[in-house]
Design a binder for this molecule. Structure first.
Ligand SMILES: [Zn+2]
Ligand SMILES: [Zn+2]
Length: 350
């Protein structure tokens, strides 16, 4: 089968590899129909994730059709259309029952190498899905792959960030970084009652998209975000700030915007550089710092309902629809920020 594989920094290939087989009775084999390129994949592309062997199959956002199931699978039959969570958890242990699925002893993330659970990814024609009854969700009839694929990661991440921020009706928020996750936070913010919503980015097209979603765009190359928000909020500043870029300038901006007793939600992954925080400033201003990892298991059913009712349409985010064979070029283009969100169309939806 064809798969997208990592061979070290800036070296992503599309190559022929062995098709996966069932290993456990709780596994399913999914024939992938749609898979997406995610900002998290770029950490592998930049060589920032340790223990990613050469030839490793990448990708963790995918939809498909059940091709084969182990004997213990009860939720699905061969031929069912499904969307996957970006990671695997058992759903039964104390950590899972408390909603903290990332601490499950069975945690494995698709496509992120040995350190993240040693589970090959979904940018491929087929993928083995462990604990499939829990990891997969059926795609409701009438909904497309594209409309549901992001419930497994970035849409759940945006939702998790908003929920954990604790915002209430009418709160002022700022989103620093208007990539796919930042846009989805802006898109979902009204569901959580957000009032004035600022979106800060340096890419004009991203700011236009944010404005289309009803947010107030700020380009820090042209305006000082802190000064502008201070003026427009009569000095009250933001109740919650979402850092969704994962770089040092964005972190600096994010920490300049909350009100006293406000919160900064860390959504982006700043994995390669230290960022100094003043414990004294945090204490004096009582800033709550909330790092989050998307929780698809806790939010996917709610998200599927919002998608089915038309309140969320994340397909607007997709800028490029490509065959899997275009993956190497797509990674390079994404790295240059020439595309926002690419999906690979791998096979016919069932
Ligand atoms: Zn992702
Ligand atoms: Zn568990």
């Amino acid at each position: 089968m064809l798969a997208v594989t990592s061979h070290g920094p800036q070296d992503v290939r599309v190559e022929e590899v062995d098709k996966p087989k069932l290993q456990e009775s709780t596994d399913a084999i999914v024939r992938v129909t749609t898979t997406a390129l995610c900002g998290t994949d770029m950490h592998i592309y930049h060589g920032k994730i340790p223990n990613v062997p050469a030839g490793w199959i990448v990708g963790h956002e995918f939809c498909g059709v059940i091709e084969d199931i182990g004997d213990s699978i009860t939720e699905f039959e061969i031929g069912d259309r499904v969307v996957s969570s970006m990671y695997v958890a058992c759903g039964r242990c104390p950590a899972c029952v408390s909603g903290d699925h990332r601490r499950c002893a069975k945690f494995q993330m698709f496509g992120m190498g040995v350190a993240f659970g040693n589970l090959p990814g979904g940018q491929a024609e087929y993928v083995r899905v462990p604990l499939a009854d829990m990891t997969l969700r059926g795609i409701p009839d009438g909904l497309s792959d594209e409309s549901t694929i992001f419930t497994g990661d970035i849409l759940a991440t945006a939702f998790t960030a908003l929920r954990q921020s604790g915002i209430v009706e009418g709160d002022t928020i700022a989103i620093v970084g208007a990539g796919p996750v930042g846009q989805l936070i802006a898109m979902c913010a009204p569901i959580f009652g957000a009032g004035q919503t600022y979106v800060i980015d340096v890419v004009p097209e991203r700011l236009e998209e944010a404005a289309r979603l009803g947010a107030i765009p700020i380009n820090p190359k042209e305006q000082n975000p802190r000064k502008l928000i201070k003026d427009q909020t009569a000095g009250l500043m933001c109740d919650a700030v979402f850092e969704a870029a994962g770089n040092v300038p964005a972190m600096e901006t994010a920490f300049s915007l909350p009100r006293a007793n406000g919160s900064v939600v860390l959504v982006g992954m700043l994995v390669d550089e230290p960022f100094p925080l003043s414990a004294g400033d945090l204490w004096l201003r009582n800033t709550r710092v909330i790092p989050i990892l998307g929780a698809p298991f806790s939010h996917r059913d709610e998200l599927l309902k919002l998608i089915a009712s038309g309140r969320i349409d994340a397909t607007a985010l997709i800028t490029d629809r490509l065959p899997l064979s275009a993956a190497s070029a797509a990674y390079a283009a994404f790295d240059r920020k020439e595309l926002q969100k690419a999906v690979f169309q791998v096979g016919e939806a069932g």
